[in-house]
Design a protein around this ligand. Structure first.
Ligand SMILES: Nc1nc2c(c(=O)[nH]1)N[C@H]1C(S)=C(S)[C@@H](COP(=O)(O)O)O[C@H]1N2
Ligand SMILES: [Mo]
Length: 519
């Protein structure tokens, strides 16, 4: 490519960056709308399930930033193209801008912000085309070849090149400043909004804790590195399809209960706070958690029993499924009969004594003990629909099981490293078997027998079977390479299935094994 084309491409990309940043700024300032995220959402929605799963598998948590970066890079690349083209023809350049603008408007409309999208996208398109035209004007007087004609004063060329460079870097700088400004506007006040919510005091605490079980003579002396019983909010795993965390104003939030009900109702956060508020420790697990994985956490949730909330509307005889919906149109459903026993199921607004963090569903979400998150734990909750089993939540047509109880599982967290020294060593971790609870955890070293470990049930509120337990034992480590294997039993006498089984379609199975080299 000739140098002139490279320069033109850079100009085009800088202008596109500026246009994009302006669009973001206007969208966010006017209506909290990010055009880039809206387009990303459309991509996720239109992509086939296997592709989305493959991306998640490939990129894990990096999947969202990767997608957003992809959208931005595409815009910059097309922008570079418009820079090159703009020197000879304006028509295709205008068309490219308008097409991108339209894609933005359509994506915005899908997320319910058509008007804001239209204003933001037209600002971006007009500003972009204007800036590009001006830039190309400057470009035209920049000398292309190194030699110069004897009739020109070389100082003019330097001056005009400098003018062009100033222009292009000005564009880039402005794009950066405006982009950063959009972030500030987006974040300003949202944390304030969350902090102002005072979650009510608990009126009743459900506890049915049996006396602490000591399944071995090993004294409870957990190592400092043992996973804490309650997972701190900022360490709690996050899984969802939201490209940008919804920031909902708690004052205008409401929850609708409709579908197969005697009467549709809509309640506010204040209504919810005035109901029967309870605290309960519940372990939440993701179906995508691999054996030994970290997509599981335990928190004390504050909220109102889901059944109390459903009673306001009065589910009809024929209702079979509780289908919950989020503000971003995610949905998850489980059989109404799951609420029949004494399982904890909450419309939760508190997490470990604080209002729910935005990432975990502020201002309200569902938490249902013993069911994987993808069939139950809808964050940014806005609607609960009673329906038959015929309708499917978000992940079901994408290849995941319709009913998804959390499987018995256990994990070795200590020793942390795969190398340790000989002698007495702590081996410890967590195990869960909701809703009835873990009865025993056993550890096997190499091909030795399964030996029971000491269990600690935690001291939070709630039904103790619904939360994980910590387990602990002492190992007399001898030099060499060893395999540590863990398994759990639940209180129904069921042993953790040995697997190995992949996470799809209804959760992984297998015994977590650690190779430890003892020096
Ligand atoms: N709105 C919304 N809620 C959602 C999801 C989602 O994608 N969107 N994902 C679910 C899944 S798959 C899981 S495992 C849990 C995770 O909750 P956490 O991010 O608070 O740990 O949220 C559930 N609730
Ligand atoms: Mo999940």
């Amino acid at each position: 490519m000739k140098q002139s084309s490279v320069t033109a491409a850079l100009l085009g990309a800088a202008v596109a960056a500026l246009a994009l940043a302006l669009g973001e700024f206007v969208g966010i300032a006017l209506g909290g709308l990010s055009l880039v995220a809206a387009v990303g959402d459309v991509v996720v929605d239109l992509a086939p399930g296997w592709f989305v799963r493959w991306m998640i598998g490939l990129l894990g948590a990096a999947q969202k930033p990767a997608l957003l970066t992809g959208v931005v890079l595409l815009v910059l690349a097309v922008g570079a193209g418009t820079g090159i083209k703009a020197r000879s023809a304006q028509g295709p350049v205008g068309a490219a801008y308008v097409v991108f603008g339209l894609v933005g408007v359509i994506a915005a409309a899908r997320s319910g912000s058509a008007l804001v999208g239209l204003v933001a996208a037209s600002t971006a398109v007009m500003a972009g085309l204007f800036a590009l035209r001006r830039g190309v004007g400057l470009l035209a007087v920049v000398p292309v070849e190194d030699g110069h004609s004897p009739f020109e004063d070389p100082r003019d060329k330097v001056a005009s090149r400098r003018g062009f460079l100033t222009y292009a870097s000005g564009m880039t700088l402005a794009a950066g400043v405006i982009g950063f400004g959009s972030r500030l506007v987006a974040d300003r006040g949202t944390e304030q909004m969350r902090r102002q919510v005072a979650i009510p005091r608990v009126r009743r605490t459900v506890t049915d804790k049996p006396s602490p079980t000591s399944s071995t003579e090993v004294p409870w002396a957990p190592p400092p590195s043992l996973t804490p019983w309650t997972t701190p909010n900022d360490a709690f795993y996050r899984i969802d399809t939201a490209l940008v965390v919804p920031k909902i104003d708690p004052d205008s939030w409401s929850l609708r209960i409709d579908g197969m009900v005697e009467r549709e109702v809509e309640i506010t956060l204040t209504d919810l706070f005035a109901m029967n508020v309870i605290d309960s420790a519940v372990t939440l697990a993701c179906v995508s958690n691999e054996v030994g994985g970290q997509l599981v956490g335990n928190a004390v949730w504050t909220g109102v029993p889901l059944l109390d909330v459903l009673e306001l509307a009065g589910p009809m005889e024929l209702a079979e499924q509780v289908m919950a919906w989020s503000v971003d149109s995610f949905s998850a459903g489980f059989p109404l009969s799951a609420l029949g026993g004494d399982r904890t199921a909450l419309v939760a607004f508190g997490m470990n004594g604080e209002p729910l963090p935005f990432r975990h569903g502020f201002p309200a979400r569902l938490v249902v003990a013993g069911l994987y998150g993808y069939v139950s734990a809808v964050k940014w909750l806005e609607r609960i629909e009673l329906t038959t089993m015929d309708s499917d939540g978000y992940w079901i047509p994408r290849g995941w099981a319709k009913e998804a109880p959390i499987k018995i599982a256990s994990r070795i967290d200590v020793p942390l490293r795969s190398q340790t020294t000989q002698g007495s060593q702590a081996v410890a971790g967590v195990a869960w078997a909701p809703v009835d609870g873990v009865a025993a955890v056993e550890l096997a070293i190499d091909d030795g027998p399964w030996a029971p470990c000491r269990l600690e049930r935690g001291s939070g509120p709630g039904r103790d079977g619904e939360a994980w337990v910590q387990w602990f034992t002492v190992w007399d480590a001898e030099p060499g390479l060893h395999h540590l294997r863990v398994r759990a039993w639940d209180r129904n006498g069921l042993i953790q299935p040995p697997g190995p089984k992949h996470i799809a379609p209804d959760g992984a199975e297998g015994y977590h094994t650690r190779r430890v080299f003892v020096a």
